[in-house]
Design a protein around this ligand. Sequence first.
Ligand code: FUB
Length: 349
Amino acid sequence: MNQLKLHAAVAITIGMLAASACQQKFLSQPLISDIYTADPSAHVFEGKIYIYPSHDIEAGTPENDNGDHFDMRDYHILSMDSINGKVTDHGVALSIKDIPWAGRQLWAPDAACKNGIYYLYFPVKDKQDIFRIGVATAKNPAGPFKAQPQPIAGSYSIDPAVFTDTDGSSYMYFGGIWGGQLQRWQNGQYDAKGSKTDSGKENEAALTAKVAKMSADMLGFETEVKDVVILDETGKPLLTKDHNRRFFEGAWMHKYQNKYYFTYSTGDTHFLAYAIGDSPYGPFKYQGTFMDPVQGWTTHHSIIEHLGKWYIYYHDTQLSNKTHLRNIKVTELKHNSDGGIDLIKPMLK
Ligand code: FUB
C-alpha cells in the first residue's frame, strides 16, 4: 500500500470509529434516513406494522415558541413486516393541498381501522390559524387518503390518538398546550388573544388532554369532549406548576391487563409519563416517567403489542441535530410485575 492509500485507509477507519462512537450515544437507530419523520403512531393492521408519522421538512420558517418551524406539508406512511425488518415508505398518502379547509402545519397524525376502512386523523391549522383535527379515509392502510371536506365537529388543538377498546368502541384522545393552543380553549371557544403558554395559574389544576368517544362511522365525536384528569398520589389533580408531571402533548392509550394506560409528553421537561385508570375516560393516577428525555426538544411516542411483546415508537434528532428535523425509532417497552413500565433511557451516556 503506498503512502497516499495508507493515509486514506487510516482516515476512513477513524471516520468509521467516530461514526460508531457517535451512534453508541443512542439506544436505537433511525428507522429511515432519506426523509425526516417524527411523531410515529404505530398500529398493527393486516398482520403488518404501519407507522403514521409527521413528515418533517426544512421549510425555512423561523423557529418560535408557537412551533411555526414545524411547517409540514404532507404525510408519508411507513410499514414494516417485523420490528427489525425492512422499512417501506409508501410515499405521499395525504397532502395539505388536498385538504380543503387547511391553512398550514400538518402535525402529528394517527390512524384507525373499522370494517375494512382506514381512517387517518390529522391536526392542521385552518385558514384562521386555529388547529383543528381532520379525518381522511382509504381502503388501504397506506392510503392514499381522501380528506373529509370539513374538520371533525367539536375538535380543536393537536395530536389525535385513537384507541379502540376490546369492546370495539373507539375514543380519540387529543390536545397539546403552548403551540398546540389548548390553553386558548378554556371557555369552549378559541381565544386568539389567549396566552401562548400555560403559565399564570401555577397553583390551579393543570390543563388536561381531551377525550371523546368516536361515532359509529369514525368520522366524528359521538359524545361531548371530556377532560382527561390525572391525579397525584393524594387524589388531587396535577397542578400547572408541576411541569415534571403535568400533561403537555402527545397522548397515547394502551390497555394492559385490563387497565388503561394514558401516556403523554411533559413537553418543556421532556419526559414521557404514564398514568393508569379503570376506564378509557379516567381518572388516571399518575405513576411516573417511563422514558428519559431524547435528543431534541419534542418527545412523542406510540405503544403497540406485536407478537406478544410491547414496543415504543418515538423520535429524536440524531440525524440532523435540529429540533424540527426528526427521525423515528423503535425499542422494546416492558411492563413489570407490579404493572409499572420500566424506565427507558434513549441516550446511553
Ligand atoms: O410535530 C409537531 C409537534 O411536535 C407534535 O404535534 C407534537 O407532539 C410535537 O412532537
